[in-house]
Design a protein around this ligand. Structure first.
Ligand code: ADP
Ligand code: NI
Length: 226
């Protein structure tokens, strides 16, 4: 049997499973996010190489059990992904690689290093980060903030650069702060040349948005009005 004949049904079963799991999420982590990450990842892989089966599986499964929705437990996602793939009889080295990528990927605070071991992981992380910035990133961030009941802007609570995962996990006092605590940092943390190139464009869109936002907010921000 050709590789495609083996891989295609596994990929479509995975996509169906993830769609069923994430279905009606309103925090910006819905199936459309996952499909955009998959497409971004395969686009970066066109330029950078890597094992496309591993890349596509990791992209599809990367958000099935995010730590933010499991009391900060970042082991649940990799474990669920691995269990799902083992049920489909995926080779153990592929299962382990996908689980490792999902564990290594998340942003854990501005001052927390997160090295990625493999090219496939670097590509999927870049793809996820691209979907966190630019026009889509802006929309997702406000969707997340709304779902969490967080104010869109809190001028009295300035952004912080978190040095530990716990500080990052428990911090975040407004959606505008999230741009400074994470989103604006991503451009300089991309792993691949192609990811960096795509990130530059999206970064510019966030800068324009933030300038417009603060211009319209104006003197209501007491730090401007003094
Ligand atoms: P990663 O996949 O790098 O771990 P996350 O899943 O933490 O990224 O975050 C994905 C997106 O969710 C962010 O890019 C942002 O849009 C939104 N988000 C996460 N935390 C916050 C927050 N505290 N305030 C606003 N949006 C947030
Ligand atoms: Ni994601």
């Amino acid at each position: 049997m050709s590789t495609d004949a083996v891989h295609t049904p596994i990929l479509s079963r995975t996509e169906q499973h993830v769609a069923a799991q994430l279905g009606d999420d309103a925090t910006g982590h819905d199936i459309w996010h996952v499909l955009r990450v998959r497409d971004n990842a395969l686009r970066i892989a066109d330029a950078e190489g890597g094992d496309r089966f591993v890349i596509e599986l990791a992209a599809l499964l990367h958000d099935i059990a995010d730590w933010k929705f499991h009391d900060g437990d970042d082991a649940v996602g990799p474990e669920r992904a691995a269990a799902f793939l083992r049920d489909l009889d995926v080779a153990e080295n592929t299962v382990a690689h996908v689980a490792q990528i999902i564990f290594e990927m998340p942003f854990r605070g501005a001052g927390v290093p997160n090295p990625i071991s493999t090219l496939e992981g670097k590509i999927v992380q870049d793809a996820d980060r691209l979907d966190a910035i630019g026009a889509i990133g802006i929309a997702r961030t406000f969707a997340y903030g709304g779902a969490k009941g967080q104010p869109m802007h809190a001028p009295g609570a300035p952004p912080e650069q978190h040095d530990t995962f716990d500080a990052y996990r428990l911090g975040g006092r407004s959606t505008i702060n999230h741009f400074h605590e994470k989103l604006l940092l991503l451009k300089d943390r991309m792993n691949t040349d192609e990811g960096r190139r795509l990130a530059e464009v999206r970064h510019g869109r966030m800068i324009t948005f933030l300038e417009d936002f603060h211009e319209e907010w104006g003197k209501a921000d007491f730090t401007h009005g003094r």
